[in-house]
Structures are given as structure tokens and as C-alpha cells.
Design a protein around this ligand. Structure first.
Ligand SMILES: CC(C)(COP(=O)(O)OP(=O)(O)OC[C@H]1O[C@@H](n2cnc3c(N)ncnc32)[C@H](O)[C@@H]1OP(=O)(O)O)[C@@H](O)C(=O)NCCC(=O)NCCS
Length: 278
């Protein structure tokens, strides 16, 4: 019998263990952020009292994300992921969200399709050693006073009010958030964080003229280190920056949704925040 229960701080090590087992990049601080952002919306699956699976949700007003669907290798193909996602969906239905999104791996895709998720678009994960890049004109560190503008800009471009996520990322690492402003106008922002395997660059949300400089700035800050960047496949400009920087394709994710489709501006998405929250 599969039992689903809330995930709490005592389950951080379970999250980290399943993440390592799957070879994913998230760290204990990522798990802590997921739990803090949606305290009652992260879940653990148990079989005979043993914890064997996880999932997280994150509600951004009418739009919610499901992430971190991980099942212990020995407990797979017993319906654990399906039970976890069904439980997450009923939690989100109670929050009256209109859209549920996720980024599926090839292994996860059939589970979500059966639960009514539809394919939206693909993202490419690039990986590689970041090259040296020069100083990028107009790119500076973000300040707290810019924050409301950053959140509003992100909302316009992604169709999602991610203020709680962006604030948390800024609080965790204020030095990491860089912006590009021209003529007093915010043209985009980028941040990055350390993962278990590589530095994850993103989110990078920017106008077509600012994205290249912001991504190059982030790559330059990681020069000589392994980086991951998740880029929508239809953002050709962003793909060109990754390829010109010598990064190679590691794998693909499929962004899926259930409910109302969110109108996001894919050409402004130079890097996703990662597969957990778009
Ligand atoms: C993807 C993943 C989460 C699936 O977990 P799972 O618990 O095995 O998933 P489920 O058991 O619910 O469903 C998987 C399959 O088992 C089948 N299944 C479910 N109950 C079953 C049972 N009692 N007996 C046999 N098969 C069963 C499902 O029909 C499904 O079949 P399909 O692959 O042919 O579509 C798991 O493989 C995993 O953790 N992978 C690594 C991380 C990952 O990629 N996560 C997804 C992120 S998007």
C-alpha cells in the first residue's frame, strides 16, 4: 500500500539521497527552499513505512508547478510516482490554481501524460565548462531597490508572478543577481546558484537585445567551472550563445501543462530557473 504524507525538514536527507541516486543537480539548500516555499505542498510516498518517493509543488497565484518527482530505484513501476502526482494535483486543485506546469524528463513524461498533462515545448539542457567572457556593457549587480521592478518584469515575460521564488533566490545570494539596464529601463536579469554537479545558470529573463550580454556575464562569472543552462528550444538566440560558448547538449526536458495555457514569452526566456519551477 502506498501512503502519501507531507514532506518536512526531517525529510531533507531523503530528498538529497533520491536526488543523488537520480544524478540530479539539486542540493540540500534547494530542497530547503522547495519546502519553505510550499510548506504544505511537498510530499513523501511510503511503502510499508519506508520513504520511497518525493514531489514538490509551488503555487504562484493561479499558476502552480510540480517538481522533484523522484522514486527510489527499487520502488519504481509500482505506481508511486502516479500516486504522488495525483496527490499533488488534488492539493493544487484545493488551492484553486488554473494551470499546473512541470518540466518532464523522458522517464516522467508517460506518467504525466496519463494524468492529463499536455506537451507545451521542449527545453535543452546545455552543459560544459564556462569560457572566459569580457565585461558586458550595462550589466551590473542588482540592488534591493530594483527588486519590485525585476519581479514585475519577470511576471510580464513569464505570465507568472514568481515574486516569492525570486525574492528567496535574491536573499540566498544577493551578489549573484545581475541586471542589464539601459536608459533607465530594466532589460533583463540573470542569477546562478551552485548545484551538486554543476552551477545552474538561470533564471535569465531578458529582452532579445539584453539576453546575450546577461548570459555571457553569467558564463564569465563561472569561467573554468561546469555549468548547466536550460533553454527553450525555440529561443534560437539563447541556443546560439550556449553553442558559441562551447557548451554541449546534455538532455531535453518537455514542458507540460494541465488546465489553462499560460501565455509566456519564450524569446525572453534565456534560461529557466531549473526544471522544478520553470
Ligand atoms: C519517472 C519516475 C518518477 C517514475 O516513477 P514510478 O513510481 O516508477 O512511476 P509509476 O509506477 O507511477 O509509473 C511508471 C510505469 O509503471 C507502470 N505501473 C504503475 N503501477 C504498476 C504496477 N503495479 N505494476 C507494474 N507497472 C506499474 C505505469 O503504468 C507506468 O508505465 P509506463 O512506464 O509504461 O507508462 C521514476 O522512474 C524516477 O524516479 N526516475 C528518475 C527521476 C525522474 O526522471 N523523474 C521524473 C521527473 S519529471
Amino acid at each position: 500500500m502506498i501512503k502519501i504524507r507531507p514532506m518536512g525538514a526531517a525529510d531533507l536527507q531523503l530528498g538529497v539521497r533520491l536526488t543523488r541516486q537520480a544524478g540530479w543537480n539539486q542540493t540540500e539548500s534547494d530542497w530547503l527552499r522547495f519546502i519553505d516555499l510550499q510548506l504544505e505542498g511537498c510530499f513523501v510516498a511510503e511503502i510499508n513505512g519506508a520513504s520511497v518517493g518525493t514531489t514538490t509543488t509551488c503555487v504562484f497565484g493561479p499558476v502552480a508547478w510540480v517538481g522533484m518527482v523522484l522514486v527510489e530505484v527499487n520502488a519504481r513501476r509500482k505506481g508511486v510516482a502516479t500516486a504522488l502526482v495525483k496527490h499533488a494535483l488534488s492539493f493544487l486543485e484545493k488551492q484553486e490554481v488554473k494551470t499546473i506546469r512541470l518540466d518532464a524528463t523522458a522517464a516522467g513524461l508517460p506518467v504525466y501524460e496519463k494524468l492529463g498533462f499536455t506537451l507545451e515545448y521542449q527545453l535543452t539542457r546545455y552543459e560544459g565548462i564556462a569560457p572566459q567572457t569580457g565585461v558586458q556593457p550595462h550589466v551590473t549587480k542588482a540592488t534591493m531597490s530594483m527588486f519590485a521592478e525585476i519581479v514585475a518584469f519577470d511576471h510580464r515575460m513569464t505570465g507568472t508572478h514568481r515574486g516569492n521564488l525570486l525574492t528567496r533566490l535574491f536573499e540566498e545570494s544577493p551578489q549573484a543577481v545581475h541586471v542589464l539596464c539601459q536608459a533607465g529601463q530594466l532589460e533583463g536579469f540573470v542569477t546562478l546558484r551552485r548545484g551538486a554537479n554543476a552551477i545552474q545558470i538561470g533564471p535569465c529573463i531578458a529582452t532579445p537585445r539584453a539576453g546575450r550580454a546577461l548570459l555571457s556575464d553569467a558564463l564569465g562569472r563561472c569561467a573554468g567551472q561546469l555549468v548547466f543552462i536550460d533553454i527553450p528550444r525555440s529561443n534560437a538566440r539563447a541556443l546560439r550563445v550556449a553553442e558559441a560558448s562551447g557548451l554541449r547538449v546534455q538532455r531535453y526536458f518537455v514542458r507540460m501543462y494541465r488546465g489553462d495555457r499560460v501565455k509566456d514569452c519564450v524569446e525572453a526566456m534565456w534560461a529557466s530557473s531549473g526544471p522544478e519551477k520553470g
